[in-house]
Design a protein around this ligand. Structure first.
Ligand SMILES: Cc1cc2nc3c(=O)[nH]c(=O)nc-3n(C[C@H](O)[C@H](O)[C@H](O)COP(=O)(O)OP(=O)(O)OC[C@H]3O[C@@H](n4cnc5c(N)ncnc54)[C@H](O)[C@@H]3O)c2cc1C
Length: 459
C-alpha cells in the first residue's frame, strides 16, 4: 500500500499551504484533489487577506495592531467564536503574511473591507497565489498531487487512529496509508444543495457561487468518525451581487462600503449599510421578493477602484448592470420605486449622517468603525440591483488551535486534522473580510506542523 507522512484532502489555499509547510519540513505528502485542477473556492475568491501591522499598511500611514484585529474578529463574531482560534490567528498572522511572500505569493493593494476598523484587505490574485504554492511543491521534493482523485472515506486502525484514506481514481478505489495523520482541507459546501437545504433553508433564494468540488465531502467523512460541528446556525450569504452573477462572471459591487445606501422595492432603507455583508445578506433576503438596490452618487462613484473585485463600479457600468441618470426622478423610474419615498429616504439619511448618525439605523461609518459616510447629492446618480450569493459556508468541524478535529466532548480524534473552510468555530456569528483566506493559510500551515509532531501510526 502507498504510504505518506501526511495525506491532505483538497488543493485549495489551506491544502496547498499545508503541503508546502509539511514538505519544507521534510515530510512526504499526498494531496488528493477531486477536480482536474487546484484552487477550489480559493481561485474564485476576491483575494482579500486580513493581516495587521504589515509594511503595506505602514506605507499608507495606517497604524494597526494584532490586538485590534483580534478585537474586530471577536466583536463581529458576536462573542460566539472560539477565542483560542482567534488568538492563534493573531499570533501567526504577520509571520504567515511574510511566509506567503517567501513562497512567491504577491500582495497587490490594500483596501478598507467589511468588519475591520482600519484598511486591512491585502489583495492577492488567488490564481497567482495557488500557482506559486504549486510551484513550491514541485521544487520541494516529497509532494505527490493526484488530480481527479476524490477522497471517499477515512479508516481507523486497531488503536482507533485514523490512518488510511480510501480514494477513487478512474472509478477504481485505492487505499493510501497516512503515517502521521490526515488533514481535511476540502473546503465548504456552497455547492451542495443537500447540505444547504438541511442547514441553511433561509438561504434558498441566494445564488450559489463556489468551487465545483465543494459538496461537504470532508465534513461527511469527519462526521462519520464523530467530529463535532460548529457555527451551522450562522450560515449566511454575501450581499452585493447582481442577480445575473455566477461562478464565471461574478458581477459584484460593494458601493455601500464607499458611501452608497441600500433600499428595497418600496424605496426604504432597511439596514445599517456599514455592517458585515453577511448580515446585510440576511436582511436583504427578508425584503419583499428579496429585491433590493444599492444607490449612490458621483462622490461614491469617484471612489471606484479599477480592477478590484469589490469596488470596480466602472466595470459594472461597462457590463450594463448599472443605471446612471442625472436626477433622482429618473432613478426612481428605472428601478420602479415610489419617488416621494426615495426622496424622503435620501433626505433623512443625508441629514442624519451630517449631524452624527442616521436616525433610522445608526450608520456612522463606511465599514465597521471606519470612514465617514458622505451625503447622496451629486449627480449622476446610480442604482445597482443586488442580491445575495452563497459563497462560502463558514461552519464545519470543530477543531482546536492546533487543527486537531474534536469530537462532541471536545477530545481530539486521533490522527484527524482539518483546516480552512471545512472548519467551524472561527467566524462565529459574523465574518470579517479576508479572514477566511487568512485562516486557510495560517491554520493550513499550523495543522501540517502539528501532524508532523505526531508519532508514527502503528502500521
Ligand atoms: C466569490 C468568492 C469570493 C470570496 N472572497 C473572499 C475574500 O476576498 N477573502 C476571504 O478571506 N475569503 C473569500 N472567500 C472565501 C474563501 O475563498 C474560501 O473560504 C477559501 O478559499 C476556502 O479555502 P479552502 O482551501 O478551505 O477550500 P477550497 O479553496 O474550496 O479548496 C477545497 C478543495 O478541496 C477539493 N475537494 C473537495 N472534496 C474533496 C474530496 N472528497 N477529495 C479531494 N478533494 C476534495 C475541492 O475540489 C477544492 O479544490 C470567497 C469565496 C468566494 C466563492
Amino acid at each position: 500500500m502507498e504510504s505518506y507522512d501526511l495525506i491532505i484532502l483538497g488543493g485549495g489555499l489551506a491544502g496547498m499551504c499545508a503541503a508546502v509547510e509539511a514538505a519544507a519540513h521534510g515530510a512526504s505528502v499526498l494531496l488528493l484533489e477531486k477536480q482536474d485542477e487546484l484552487g477550489g473556492s480559493t481561485v474564485l475568491s476576491s483575494g482579500y487577506m486580513a493581516f495587521a501591522g504589515t509594511d503595506m499598511q505602514a506605507k499608507e500611514g495606517i497604524s494597526d495592531s494584532t490586538q485590534s484585529l483580534i478585537e474586530d474578529m471577536l466583536e463581529v463574531g458576536g462573542g460566539v467564536n472560539d477565542p483560542s482560534l482567534i488568538d492563534m490567528y493573531g499570533e501567526h498572522q504577520l509571520e504567515t503574511y511574510h511566509w506567503l511572500m517567501e513562497h512567491g505569493v504577491e500582495f497587490r493593494t490594500l483596501q478598507a473591507v467589511s468588519g475591520h476598523s482600519v484598511p486591512r484587505g491585502h489583495t492577492i490574485d488567488p490564481h497567482q497565489g495557488i500557482q506559486s504554492l504549486y510551484k513550491r511543491t514541485k521544487e520541494l521534493s516529497h509532494v505527490t498531487i493526484k488530480f481527479q482523485a476524490p477522497a471517499k472515506r477515512l479508516l481507523k486502525n486497531n488503536d482507533g487512529r485514523i490512518d488510511k484514506v480510501l480514494y477513487e481514481v478512474d472509478g477504481e478505489t485505492q487505499t493510501a496509508q497516512a503515517i502521521k495523520g490526515v488533514l481535511i482541507a476540502s473546503g465548504g459546501f456552497a455547492k451542495s444543495e443537500e447540505l444547504l437545504k438541511l442547514f441553511a433553508p433561509h438561504l434558498d433564494g441566494a445564488i450559489r457561487i463556489g468551487g465545483e468540488g465543494n459538496h461537504g465531502d470532508g465534513l461527511k467523512m469527519a462526521w462519520e468518525h464523530g467530529a463535532w460541528a460548529l457555527d451551522l446556525p450562522y450560515l449566511s450569504g454575501t450581499y452585493g451581487f447582481h442577480p445575473s452573477a455566477n461562478s464565471r462572471v461574478k458581477s459584484q459591487g460593494l458601493a455601500y462600503y464607499k458611501g452608497g445606501i441600500i433600499v428595497n422595492q418600496e424605496g426604504k432603507r432597511f439596514v445599517n449599510e456599514s455592517l458585515s455583508y453577511k448580515l446585510l445578506g440576511n436582511a436583504a433576503l427578508r425584503q419583499p421578493d428579496g429585491i433590493s438596490y444599492q444607490i449612490w452618487d458621483k462622490t461614491v462613484m469617484d471612489q471606484a477602484v479599477k480592477d478590484d473585485p469589490l469596488y470596480d463600479f466602472e466595470l459594472l457600468k461597462r457590463r450594463r448592470l448599472l443605471y446612471e441618470v442625472d436626477y433622482l426622478e429618473e432613478l426612481a423610474d428605472c428601478i420602479d420605486v415610489p419617488l416621494e419615498v426615495l426622496n424622503e429616504t435620501i433626505k433623512t439619511y443625508n441629514e442624519g449622517i451630517q449631524t452624527g448618525a442616521d436616525p433610522d439605523f445608526g450608520r456612522k461609518s463606511l465599514t465597521h468603525n471606519y470612514g465617514k459616510p458622505t451625503p447622496i447629492e451629486k449627480s449622476p446618480f446610480y442604482a445597482f440591483e443586488s442580491t445575495v450569493a452563497m459563497l462560502a459556508t463558514y461552519a464545519g468541524v470543530a477543531v482546536d488551535a492546533k487543527g486537531r478535529v474534536l469530537n462532541s466532548f471536545g477530545e481530539p480524534i486521533s490522527g484527524l486534522f482539518a483546516a480552512g473552510e471545512v472548519t467551524g468555530g472561527f467566524h462565529g456569528a459574523g465574518y470579517v473580510t479576508g479572514s477566511s483566506l487568512g485562516k486557510c493559510a495560517i491554520f493550513g500551515r499550523l495543522a501540517a506542523l502539528e501532524v508532523l509532531k505526531n508519532e508514527t501510526a502503528a502500521i
